[in-house]
Design a protein around this ligand. Structure first.
Ligand code: NAD
Length: 219
């Protein structure tokens, strides 16, 4: 399926690492022009350089997104050059959200609450922006190997055992979701191929949230 994303200018927050980097790469492969927004210039530039070396177009904006002025800078970047924003992926902060809002996790009250907030904001913004024809969706992730995930697992007492136990309970194929798999669904949601889909929480989680994990893959 041609997602018809060629030459679309799409901003991706946290686009230099992990899930965001996966999204940037898939968008570039679809012919879009990703804008990598992140706090570290060298990390952003590394992604842009790799894409340019492969003949793709991309650019970057350095922004610490907890600062409103930086967020404004990120929105305005490229507007003079391209005159438009075709899509936005709120990956670092909002809209690439976590199953913890549905399932809890243990010792992660603030994170679970923040994810409930992200889900609510997805619905809220979808309603608010209807009048402009702007669609808003979220992609819900359970377990995806990224620098952030690696830092979290290494903070636990027995990281290797813990990881094995987590993946054993992911119903589909007993494995982590890849950043590319999350990126593929995100690209679809950004595209006109999902033109009547808005306000949705789309789970790309190998069945983690909705299938019976205790019984999945039972003999
Ligand atoms: N990895 C998972 O299993 C998982 C699961 C559920 C949800 N998520 C969500 O997906 C998103 C991406 O996670 P990830 O695992 O790819 O993270 P990551 O830390 O591996 O990558 C995030 C990138 O965003 C940048 N960034 C973070 N906060 C920023 C800020 N305030 N301003 C500018 N740049 C900032 C980081 O420097 C980094 O480059 C997060 O919102 C996370 O909560 C991840």
């Amino acid at each position: 399926m041609d997602l018809q994303l060629a030459d679309k200018v799409i901003r991706v927050t946290g686009g230099a690492k992990g899930i965001g980097e996966g999204i940037v790469n898939v968008l570039a492969a679809e012919g879009a022009i990703p804008v990598v927004i992140g706090r570290k210039e060298a990390d952003n530039q590394q992604v842009v350089d790799a894409l340019e070396a492969a003949g793709k177009q991309a650019f970057q904006v350095v922004a610490e997104l907890t600062r409103p002025a930086d967020s404004e800078k990120a929105v305005n970047a490229g507007l003079t050059q391209f005159g438009r924003i075709d899509g936005l992926v709120n990956n670092a902060g909002v809209n690439i959200t976590s199953k913890t809002a549905d399932t809890g996790q243990g010792n992660t009250s603030a994170y679970a609450a923040a994810n409930g907030g992200r889900n609510a904001l997805t619905r809220k913004w979808a309603v608010e922006l209807l009048k402009y024809g702007i669609r808003v969706n979220a992609v819900v992730v359970a377990e995806c190997w990224t620098p952030l995930y690696e830092r979290w697992i290494q903070s636990l007492p027995n990281p290797t055992d813990k990881l094995a136990s987590i993946t054993a309970h992911i119903p589909l194929e007993n494995r982590m979701t890849t950043a590319e798999e999350i990126a593929n669904t995100t690209a679809f949601l950004l595209s006109s191929r999902s033109s009547h889909t808005t306000g949705q929480l789309v789970y790309v989680d190998g069945g983690y949230v909705h299938l019976d994990r205790a019984l999945a893959n039972a003999d």
